[in-house]
Design a protein around this ligand. Structure first.
Ligand SMILES: NC(=O)c1ccc[n+]([C@@H]2O[C@H](COP(=O)([O-])OP(=O)(O)OC[C@H]3O[C@@H](n4cnc5c(N)ncnc54)[C@H](OP(=O)(O)O)[C@@H]3O)[C@@H](O)[C@H]2O)c1
Length: 356
């Protein structure tokens, strides 16, 4: 049995990735197994056939009979069957705790792909595995679970994988040769629903995504749907203020943000400040969304889990402190989320509460 790829974290991104990767690796090599490491409650999602759908294409099934689902990795240490690639699809908040769990999977030639949102969680993995190439991967679209084993992509965009400069890991200079066939196959087979590409400036891309993700915290504090949050001029003002601070921090670091949304990064705050009647016309694609959809921080608070705020707003704040740039709106929102994480019951904060 051949295990080339492992996915650690059997959640939304892990599920969408597994459905495609299992199928593609099986086609490339008939004895290829895909190892999925997840919680016991997630096992039922990873059957021999998985379903995927998206906003534009009909429901499709994937052959995932080659998935081997495990809830603990300790037995792998003795097998010495190290996957070539370990995809980490847990949240930033679980990165420190996952290190001992993935140690049995990381052999001398293993590449680790960190799929987290935000800035900086990959540093923990680099530090724990200094001799292995660690690359970052950005998922631009959101994924939700519709039914058992059915993962749905709610928006579009290309999955971006970090291209390492040659020579950084001399032993792994064949890195692209080993990894590229799978990425090419994903594109050839499933380019419509799982497009992927290499990215040479991952820092800039992740800071650009981080700007967009600042909305997450305000959606969580509003305790409303994303659509309702965005249609409130007060909440939009808060997001705009946080984004302006973020843009100043990026400029001071010399980071030129790539355009990952319809409107270029630096103009988003201006669009957010438009009056309601104009905003809903100019930013039609932002508000033309499922009226019930909520962002992940909303769900984290709802389920009593820690949020990823340290790696999103927190990243802007820490860089601001280092560079002598004030980030007052991010500070207020950060403190409000931290307070809400500890609150015994769920509550909402109005824009006026936050702007006081
Ligand atoms: N979902 C999206 O639409 C989306 C889009 C773009 C980017 N992202 C980013 O992708 C990352 C993953 O997000 P997600 O939404 O897929 O998270 P998720 O649905 O919460 O999935 C993560 C899964 O990993 C499990 N897990 C955590 N630590 C583990 C460990 N040590 N061993 C085994 N399983 C473990 C979690 O279980 P417990 O919760 O029980 O610990 C959970 O089932 C995040 O950084 C997120 O911001 C998500």
């Amino acid at each position: 049995m051949h295990v080339e790829h492992a996915i650690v974290g059997a959640g939304l991104i892990g599920g969408y990735l597994a459905a495609h990767l299992a199928d593609v690796t099986l086609q490339l090599q008939s004895d290829a197994r895909l190892l999925v490491v997840g919680r016991d409650y997630a096992k039922c999602q990873f059957g021999p056939r998985m379903t995927i759908s998206d906003f534009a294409t009909p429901v499709q099934t994937r052959d995932t009979q080659n998935i081997e689902f495990v809830t603990n990795t300790s037995s792998w240490a003795s097998t010495k069957r190290y996957p070539n690639v370990v995809w980490l699809t847990i949240k930033c908040t679980g990165i420190k705790q996952v290190v001992p769990d993935i140690r049995p999977l990381i052999g001398p030639q293993t590449i680790v792909v960190c799929c987290q949102n935000g800035i900086g969680s990959d540093a923990v993995i680099r530090q724990a595995f200094p001799d292995n190439p660690v690359i970052r991967c950005m998922f631009p679209f959101n994924v939700v679970k519709l039914n058992k084993g059915h993962f749905h992509r709610g928006s579009s965009g290309t999955v971006m994988l970090e291209r390492l400069p040659l020579g950084q890991y001399p032993v792994f200079d064949d890195f692209h040769q080993r990894f590229s066939p799978v990425i090419d196959a994903l594109n050839e087979q499933y380019g419509e629903v799982f497009p992927c590409a290499w990215c040479s400036n991952m820092d800039a891309l992740l800071w650009a995504k981080c700007q967009v993700n600042l909305t997450n915290s305000v959606n969580a504090l509003s305790n409303l749907s994303l659509k309702e949050t965005l249609l409130d001029k007060g909440y939009r003002k808060i997001i705009a203020l946080m984004m302006q601070e973020h843009l100043a921090v990026c400029a001071a670091q010399g980071i030129a943000l790539p355009k990952i949304t319809k409107v270029a990064a630096k103009f988003i705050p201006t669009v957010l400040r438009l009056p309601n009647w104009l905003f809903s016309r100019v930013a039609k694609s932002m508000v033309d969304i499922d009226p019930h959809a909520k962002l992940s921080m909303w769900w984290d608070l709802d389920q009593g889990r820690a949020t990823e705020i340290d790696f999103i707003n927190g990243a802007t704040m820490i860089a601001g402190q280092r560079l002598g740039i004030d980030t007052p709106m991010n500070n207020i929102v950060y403190a409000a989320i931290k307070k809400m994480e500890k609150a015994p019951t769920r509550y909402a904060l109005s824009a006026q509460d936050l702007l006081k």
